[in-house]
Design a protein around this ligand. Sequence first.
Ligand SMILES: *[C@@H]1O[C@H](CO)[C@@H](O)[C@H](O)[C@H]1NC(C)=O
Length: 120
Amino acid sequence: MAGLIKLLSIVLFFALMTKGSLQCYPGKPTVKQVTTGKQVENKPEWNVTVANECPCVQTEVKLSLPRFQTVKKVDPSILVLDGSVGVLQQNINPFSGISFTYAWDTSNPITPLSSQENCS
Ligand SMILES: *[C@@H]1O[C@H](CO)[C@@H](O)[C@H](O)[C@H]1NC(C)=O
């Protein structure tokens, strides 16, 4: 019985230890949007940050942007739009992010669609 409790506490210890990194396998970029305080054609400018909070490089990152509308052209060296899919033109290094801006009355729904991980 004592042995079983000891074993369970060891398992629990390792489960807690690895919890932080486990959610990174597979890792997924996160998308956050904030207003910059600037206006473009009387519409608020939004700053979108696609962040990689995991230890592997994220490549071929694609975003889902259904009904995307903007009066400000998205920088094509960062994101190329193809219908409702946006393809990031840069890799995202571990624990960093890539940002682009657009301008519209409300924020557009933007979610991560797919990406590849390079852990080497
Ligand atoms: C957008 O947000 C990122 C991350 O907070 C920041 O580094 C960048 O300077 C911001 N860009 C603009 C145009 O506000």
